[in-house]
Every structure is written in structure tokens, then in C-alpha cells.
Design a protein around this ligand. Structure first.
Ligand code: CP
Ligand code: NVA
Length: 352
């Protein structure tokens, strides 16, 4: 988006991007009200910018949103384990005035006891929002197609959009903007990688992805990410060489070699992914100021060494913290509680 100008916020606590006028912010967030978030690609470039702005605002002014979602009910069905996603969604809705109900679905897949449309038509009578963590991405898109209330993807085999939003929020805090940064992802071309590629494209980053042969991101995601980058000035580069991807990088990201649902492949994958381990030697090819990122949980000394994960370049716990603020921004946007908090410079201008 040619008109997007990103500026560092002079306020003390982190970054709020001066990217949109009040009107643009309100139009973008209004269009998202009642919508689903199954994929990062469900958001336009402007909507992603608005969610980012809101995430920074809600982090610096949580008190301004304390009752924004009073009495809203959020149900979460998780077919897979979770620490960060579950707790940050629950904490987010609770601190916005709403309530979370968690349903452990790890013992029986969604759609087995009752069809997804029947579930959706029940849930929409009681709940304001549905959050799903599933094996199959189609479980999420089918529920979204049937349900009158918004559905959020809390991780599927294809994407992890809430993670990518929090991660790029972390990048914006560090660098002021993601526009033009060199973002390197090394490892499996998986769900997290897919959402990161799409988010990088939307925010105008130069995204380098290095995967072993046979583990590249899906073609549909590559095509979509390239299409988006053409609007934003970002680029998508796919490689097999981790050193090439990381050379000159501002941010180096990795994820587990074996995602949930692929555990039976762990032994086969281990030697294939060995050259993709993020260690001090690989990090030495990145910029001296480069940050190390991981969605967590990490398999220590497999895809990343302790020295990097616990080292001074690691921002993994900032990413984890930002899951909370990003979830709030997502919930507020989809449930109609978004509002713009002007930064101090704008407040001064309005008073004058
Ligand atoms: N990063 C992430 O989604 O963590 P959990 O699997 O613990 O939710
Ligand atoms: N790619 C990992 C991410 C976990 C948060 C998985 O799907 O298991």
C-alpha cells in the first residue's frame, strides 16, 4: 500500500504506528466486525495495520478497554495441547469484561459426536465467538461458513494467524516498523511459517524462508504471499540454504521440526533438519542487532540451541507476552470493541 507511512511512536512504552487516520482505522475495524479470522489472508493490508495499531494501544493503555467486551461469551474447542494460546485468549477476554469457556477436545475430534453445522447452530445461540485449535484447517473453515458468530483459528495444520500477529507486533516494537526489514524463517514450512509469510507480506517486510527440500511452504500460501507483497513493496524469497536466508537478517525465526500431528515423522525428520538448527554460528550471519524469534514451545537443542534461545538476541518471551495484547486486539476488532487511542502527539494536536 503506497500511502502507508510508518513512524516510530515517541511515547515511552513501545511503539504505536502512526499509520492511519481515525476514519481509516474506524472503517477497517468496522469491516472486520462479525467476521472470521481463519487465515492472515482474511485481513486486508489496511485491516492488518489497524489490528497492529490496536494491539500496541491496548498494550500501552489496557485500562481504556476494561469493559469493552462486557458480558461477551467466548468458547474455545481445542483438539491439541496449548499453553500460550489458551491462557492468553482466556486472560484477554476476561480483562476486557467477557468470559471464556474452554472445551478440551483432545480426546474426540470436532465433528465426530455431532456435525460441525449442528454444533455451529447451537453455539451461535449462546456464544459471541468461537475459537478453534484443530488438526484439519477445513474444520475451522467449515465451522466459520456455518456459524453466525465469528470463528478464530487458534492453530490448524495450515496456519497460526494469531501467532503471526503477535510476532509482527514484537518486530514493530523492536524496529519501529516491519516495512523493509529482512525477516528470515528457517526450518519447517509449516502452519507458523505460512502465517508469518502472509503477515510479512502484508506489512511490507522482505521475507526469506529456508526449508529442507520436501518441506517448503504450500504453493497456495506462497502465491498469496507474493500477491500481497506486490501491493506493499515486500518480497518473498524461498531457499534451501539457511545461511543465505539469514545473511543480513534483522530477525531470525524458527519453529519445531515436527509439529503437533506429525509426531510419527519425528525420527525421520531429525537428520533432515539438523543443518537448519539456529545456533550461534548461524546467528553470526545475521545483523549484529538481529533478534531471535520462536513461537514456543521449543525443542531445546533440536531446532535451536540453548545458547540462542536463552541468549541476548532472543525475544521469545516478548513474543509470548504479546500474544495477550494481540489476542485482545483481535477480539476487540471482531466483536466490535475496537477504538483508536490517539498517541500523545495527536492528543496535543487536537487540544491546540
Ligand atoms: N505458540 C503457541 O501457540 O503456543 P501454545 O501451543 O502453547 O498455545
Ligand atoms: N508448528 C507448531 C506450532 C506450535 C505452537 C505446531 O503446530 O505444533
Amino acid at each position: 500500500m503506497g500511502s502507508k507511512s510508518v513512524t516510530l511512536n515517541p511515547e515511552a512504552t513501545g511503539v504505536t504506528l502512526g499509520i492511519q487516520s481515525d476514519t481509516a482505522f474506524h472503517e477497517e475495524t468496522k469491516r472486520l466486525q462479525g467476521r472470521d479470522l481463519c487465515s492472515v489472508a482474511d485481513l486486508t493490508v489496511g485491516q492488518m495495520a489497524a489490528i497492529m495499531e490496536l494491539a500496541h494501544a491496548v498494550k500501552s493503555h489496557p485500562e481504556d478497554f476494561r469493559h469493552s467486551l462486557d458480558a461477551r461469551q467466548m468458547v474455545m474447542f481445542f483438539e491439541k495441547a496449548s499453553l500460550r494460546t489458551r491462557l492468553t485468549f482466556e486472560a484477554a477476554i476476561n480483562t476486557l469484561g467477557g468470559n471464556a469457556i474452554f472445551v478440551d477436545q483432545t480426546q474426540s475430534p470436532l465433528g465426530e459426536r455431532e456435525s460441525l453445522p449442528d454444533m455451529a447452530h447451537n453455539i451461535e445461540r449462546w456464544m459471541s465467538l468461537i475459537v478453534l485449535r484443530t488438526y484439519s484447517h477445513e474444520t475451522i473453515t467449515e465451522m466459520a461458513a456455518c456459524s453466525k458468530v465469528p470463528v478464530i483459528n487458534a492453530l490448524s495444520d495450515l496456519e497460526h494467524p494469531c501467532q503471526a500477529i503477535a510476532d509482527f507486533m514484537t518486530i514493530e516494537e523492536r524496529f519501529g516498523s516491519a516495512e523493509g526489514i529482512h525477516f528470515a524463517y528457517v526450518g519447517d514450512g509449516n502452519n507458523v511459517c505460512h502465517s508469518l509469510m502472509l503477515a510479512a507480506a502484508q506489512l511490507g517486510a522482505h521475507c526469506y524462508v529456508a526449508t529442507p527440500r520436501g518441506f517448503a511452504p504450500k504453493l497456495e500460501i506462497i502465491h498469496k504471499a507474493i500477491e500481497i507483497s506486490e501491493q506493499t513493496g515486500g518480497t518473498i524469497t524461498l531457499l534451501n540454504d539457511p545461511i543465505k536466508a539469514v545473511t543480513g537478517a534483522d530477525a531470525v525465526y524458527t519453529d519445531v521440526c515436527t509439529s503437533m500431528g506429525f509426531e510419527h515423522e519425528a525420527a525421520r525428520r531429525a537428520p533432515i533438519f539438523k543443518p537448519y538448527q539456529v545456533n550461534e554460528e548461524l546467528m553470526s550471519h545475521a545483523q549484529p542487532h538481529a533478534i531471535f524469534m520462536h513461537c514456543l514451545p521449543a525443542h531445546r537443542n533440536a531446532e535451536v540451541t540453548d545458547a540462542v534461545l536463552d541468549g541476548p538476541q532472543s525475544v521469545v518471551f516478548d513474543q509470548a507476552e504479546n500474544r495477550l495484547h494481540a489476542q485482545k486486539a483481535i477480539l476487540l476488532t471482531l466483536l466490535g470493541g475496537a477504538k483508536r487511542i490517539p498517541n500523545s502527539r495527536e492528543r496535543g494536536r487536537r487540544r491546540a
